[in-house]
Design a binder for this molecule. Sequence first.
Ligand SMILES: Nc1ncnc2c1ncn2[C@@H]1O[C@H](COP(=O)(O)OP(=O)(O)OP(=O)(O)O)[C@@H](O)[C@H]1O
Length: 343
Amino acid sequence: MAVHDMTRVNGSAPLLEVRKLRVSLESGKTVIDGVDLTIGRREVVALVGESGSGKSVTALALSRLLPAALRMTSGSIRFDGQDIVAKSDAELNRLRGAEISMLFQQPQVMLDPTSRVQAQVAEPLRKHRGLGRRQAFARVVDLLRSVGIPDPAVRARAFSYQLSGGMAQRVMIAAAMAAGPKLLIADEPTTALDVTVQAQILRLLKEERERHDLSILLITHDLSIVSAFADRMAVMYAGRILEEGPTQEIMRRPAHPYTRALIRCSLLVPESDGKLMSIPGSGSQALAIKEGCRFAPRCTLMREYPGLRTACCSREPELEQFAQHWACRCHATAEGLQEGDVA
Ligand SMILES: Nc1ncnc2c1ncn2[C@@H]1O[C@H](COP(=O)(O)OP(=O)(O)OP(=O)(O)O)[C@@H](O)[C@H]1O
């Protein structure tokens, strides 16, 4: 049996390697339960899944920015040869913004309305690159120009409340890119924007990746964005990754019934009964399941193939390899794939 281990991506050592990450609430309740995640250099990896599945907590854990109520209880995080878990607060402070940057959903909320654009974009330049006021201003204007902001010297002196949502997100990207990070974690970066602006921002992120050899972890609910933008995707459910691999392969041949349901929901095409597809039940109770697959209570295969019940409900299925991607095997077994079809 192939073991889920991606120590190399496209033949080279990955930029980020997360192994068996666990995060719990102070009460002891586990919210991230053994996540493995690998991001190669210049690779875009999308993390998808329902609300509450643990995407944002995973992203925050990567640069050790968990809120006080949550703590990492085990696992390893290696970034560019560095052990993130062993780093001191001062070392993490130097890393964040310089080597790992973050981009969030609501740019107008994230920007300080009382401070000028130039101050906010210059902050990482002054902190991590030691630039003086004048040099930093010139660099800010260059950065604003590079993210497509017209009249950058004028906009640099504006306050962020004077910017549209799309412009504000461009400013956030300029600030995130200012110190030349290797990894950008983008948590729903286009969700608050209208669709035409969404496309512009995604195009800009693609350009940034090309220009700066950037790797991106993209968190999104939107599978059309994943399909257009991500090299690989990881599907998260109740604190675990259920399926992971090259985006186009998973979109064409999803193995896990949860992934299949997500893809069908995203198509917004009515089912045979005329209703739009939805996944019955909710994932909110799934973390409480101690044995077996967390998706089992909502799984259509479980109803169609009662023979699966013993296997799926008695132990958490391990991910196994199908062609180039990973998911649990019992679903393939249920669908009658022959031994030879499973790598
Ligand atoms: N500050 C916090 N305090 C307590 N629990 C939290 C906190 N932040 C997240 N959680 C819990 O951790 C789990 C994962 O939340 P997370 O925000 O990572 O989900 P998500 O997949 O990013 O959802 P969404 O798509 O809605 O942002 C949820 O059960 C959530 O309630």
